[in-house]
Design a protein around this ligand. Structure first.
Ligand code: UDP
Ligand code: MG
Length: 310
């Protein structure tokens, strides 16, 4: 099996038939041996029934599996559930809503063939509303990039391809898997980005609004706070060291050299505050790092549970 396409679906009854048709058309015309894995993330509409019907009719051509989760876990846990049953050497993730055309899978597979471990899409176009989704998404992107130190252009793009080894390595990472992309990138040696056209949702409704991006933000901070604490500690060290340096220069200029006459209280207070708060934040950073290490040791709860596989 060359590739497994994993599609998380949550109340997507309108999108499933056109998506299935399009995937079959694009991948059927390629040379790849592929399978489709739909992960039903606790849908309450006809999604599961429709999928079972398609599976019956298609008679394993192409191989199609349905993973039913016990309840709604969210898009990324659903993808991880799909990874756990996938058989392909390359795993492709794509949304059900056809906002990104499956034809973009092919250039991504080309990149994988060139030796990249992880290929991410960069959404281009006006698929989402500007103020409610694209601007907040940019902000989140900048934060994720700063905290993880990996500057990817679009962390939110749902179309990605990765070698199976990356998904396997991700299993060790407990709750961090909720943030699939930053984790996958950290585990990859070679990462490529490919532009993909992003259009408006034709059917069904988006499961995300501004609030869920806020939720995503907190989720990210709690799961990736090790980096955050490390960065706080580094900034704290720099602030303390700078304060110390400025204070020392001031003392040398004032006493042995006598170039400054009279005390400069403002500077003294600033230097003292800078130095002491730097030390405090350093302590916070170290403490935070300890807490995260303990948290990781205790973090063995699975992020999804499978009810049935067809
Ligand atoms: N999805 C899911 N579980 C959820 C929310 C969404 O499996 O709790 C799926 C959804 O069916 C779709 C994909 O994740 O295939 C992306 O969702 P959506 O298109 O609503 O997100 P948006 O494009 O608005 O970011
Ligand atoms: Mg969408």
């Amino acid at each position: 099996m060359d590739l497994s396409v994993i599609i998380p679906v949550y109340n997507e009854e309108e999108s499933i038939p056109p998506l299935y048709r399009k995937l079959k058309e694009v991948l059927g015309n390629s040379a790849y041996a592929y399978e489709l894995i739909f992960v039903d993330d606790g849908s309450r509409d006809q999604t599961l029934r429709l999928l079972k019907k398609i599976r019956e009719v298609s008679a394993d051509n192409p191989p199609l599996r349905i993973v039913q989760l016990t309840r709604n876990f969210g898009q990324h846990p659903a993808l991880i559930a799909g990874f756990s049953v996938a058989k392909g050497c390359t795993l492709v993730t794509i949304d059900a809503d056809l906002q990104i055309d499956p034809e973009h899978i092919i250039p991504m597979m080309d990149k994988i063939a060139q030796g990249f471990d992880f290929v991410s899409g960069i959404r281009r176009g006006k698929g989402d509303s500007f103020w409610l989704r694209r601007v907040p998404s940019r902000v989140l992107n900048a934060i994720i990039g700063t905290v993880t130190g990996e500057r990817l252009l679009d962390y939110g793009c749902p179309l990605n391809a990765m070698k199976t080894e990356i998904a396997e390595a991700m299993r060790e990472y407990g709750q961090m898997q909720r943030f699939l992309k930053p984790l996958a990138i950290r585990l990859s040696t070679r990462v490529a980005e490919v532009e993909v056209a992003h259009i408006r949702r034709a059917a069904g409704r988006s499961k995300y609004g501004l609030l869920s991006l806020v939720d995503l933000f907190f989720d990210f901070i709690t799961n990736f706070s090790k980096q955050l604490f490390q960065r706080i500690a580094i900034v704290a060290c720099v602030v303390s060291a700078l304060s110390f340096l400025i204070g020392s220069i001031y003392l040398v200029l004032r006493f042995p050299l006598g170039l400054i006459s009279g005390p400069c209280y403002r500077l003294q207070v600033l230097v003292l505050i800078g130095f002491l708060s730097g030390i405090q934040f350093l302590a916070l950073g170290i403490l935070g790092d300890f807490v995260i290490r303990i948290h990781r040791q205790l973090d063995s709860k699975p992020i999804f549970t499978i009810k049935r596989i067809w």
